[in-house]
Design a protein around this ligand. Sequence first.
Ligand SMILES: [Zn+2]
Length: 65
Amino acid sequence: MKVQCPTCQKSLEWTPDNKYRPFCSERCKLIDLGEWASEGHAIPGKSVEEEMMSEDWNEQKRWDN
Ligand SMILES: [Zn+2]
């Protein structure tokens, strides 16, 4: 049985030992899951945001005094 890889449209044989089916490869599977594009990308600004929040909190405390 032939299937088409949903990612690269390559036709491949559907076999039980193809653990990436219906994809042709792990790479295509990751692309479809959206993991390929985000791989290695850190989420920027998270710690900065947390710092700003604590700064705001300190600012507020100062105002209270
Ligand atoms: Zn593929």
